[in-house]
Design a binder for this molecule. Structure first.
Ligand SMILES: Nc1ncnc2c1ncn2[C@@H]1O[C@H](COP(=O)(O)OP(=O)(O)OP(=O)(O)O)[C@@H](O)[C@H]1O
Ligand SMILES: [Mg+2]
Length: 349
């Protein structure tokens, strides 16, 4: 009969392409059960959004079923997102805070933030989405929710309960404003507003909290980076040459903040939005390579994406088999993999 050692030996052949080690050494294999010729086991990944999840499962099934004495194999895939080592004091249940930024307005930050949140949630991750665009909150429209959040009493004071939309826990200042109200805060008040939206909200346990930033390099990104350790930043750009210069400013701002706060703020990568069309494609990739940061992928310029945003139905809901949904799912996977890699190198440093 097959032994646990033989199974593990066989599975060593499978590498995690992002972490660069085999899945046995990484401790991914759990609950091996051998009953007569029937084997079952679990592979526990570092993110449910792992881009090669299906391949790994198929490889494991193939390898184990080829071992002598094995008649059937059942491989279950699970994931446990591990928190970054730096404690989140303000929001202790949140494993990773990820900011979505760009130096320029209108490049599609909010669209990308909503769709990445939905794409991650579809993989089974627990996801929050914070609209930190205090001046022009657009998340309520794009996620199709606008009502006043409930407040509950907790051991640490009254907190607002995020509103669930498309499987994502959402909070926006837009929930608290009337449609005709505008915000004119500056400097310290903005910092206070950002702090309230973090610690004054019952985020609970989240694998990923995506934070949609306002355009530019102003007070909000600075306050945010001071308030919480960021697992990283996704920089959104468009294919135009001018956008590249602005994406550069955004990347430089975070590296300046990094130095002044004495805390790493990794750029998880660049996303090229509105790819194709008259401005062509490739600008995002060039920006990424110029700054030696990963390129996470591109999103086509596509009316369906815009209409989905207006209707409160992000295109990522269509799933990975559609063109739009597929583009967002791929980027969500690349981003989550990058977070796992950084977290892993932090733990093993
Ligand atoms: N890939 C795309 N294809 C077509 N339209 C898009 C795409 N991405 C975004 N849009 C549209 O472009 C407009 C701007 O997008 P969005 O609001 O997401 O940008 P933003 O960077 O968050 O803007 P702001 O700086 O104002 O916060 C929206 O009308 C949106 O629907
Ligand atoms: Mg926006």
């Amino acid at each position: 009969m097959v032994t646990e050692e033989q199974i593990l030996e066989g599975l060593r052949e499978i590498q995690d392409p992002d972490l660069g080690r085999d899945i046995v050494a990484l401790g991914f294999i759990k609950n091996i059960v051998i009953e007569a010729g029937e084997v079952s086991l679990t592979i526990e990944l570092t993110t449910p959004a792992c881009p090669v999840k299906e391949d790994m499962k198929a490889d494991a099934e193939r390898i184990v079923s080829s071992l002598p004495g094995v008649e059937s194999v059942r491989v279950s895939m699970t994931a446990q997102v591990r928190a970054s080592l730096t404690p989140q004091e303000l929001i202790p249940g949140v494993r990773h805070c990820i900011a979505i930024a760009s130096g320029k307005g209108g490049v599609g930050k909010s669209t990308v933030a909503c769709n990445l949140a939905v794409a991650l949630a579809k993989t089974g991750a627990t996801v929050g989405l914070l609209d930190a665009d205090i001046y022009g909150p657009s998340i309520p429209t794009m996620m199709g929710v606008r009502r006043e959040p409930e407040a509950v009493q907790t051991a640490t004071g009254a907190k607002m309960v995020p509103i669930k939309a498309h499987g994502v826990s959402v909070m926006s200042l837009g929930f608290l404003l009337r449609e005709d109200q505008v915000v004119v805060w500056r400097g310290p008040m903005l910092g206070k507003a950002v702090a309230d939206m973090l610690s004054g909200v019952l985020w609970g346990t989240l694998d990923y909290l995506l934070i949609d930033l306002p355009p530019g390099t102003g007070d909000v990104p600075m306050s945010l980076a001071q308030l919480v350790p960021l697992s990283g930043v996704v920089v959104v750009t468009t294919p135009q040459e001018v956008a590249q210069e602005i994406a550069r400013k955004s990347i430089l701002m975070f590296s300046t903040l990094e130095k002044s706060l004495n805390r790493t703020i990794p750029i998880l990568g660049v996303v090229e939005n509105m790819s194709g069309g008259i401005f062509g494609t490739g600008g995002g990739e060039r920006t990424a390579s110029r700054h030696s940061v990963p390129f996470l992928g591109s999103i086509p310029l596509d009316e369906a994406i815009s209409l989905g945003g207006d209707a409160g139905k992000p295109s990522a809901l269509m799933g990975e088999n559609s063109i739009e949904g597929g583009a967002f799912a791929k980027i969500a996977g690349a981003m989550a993999a990058r977070v796992s890699v950084l977290q892993y190198s932090e733990n093993s440093a």
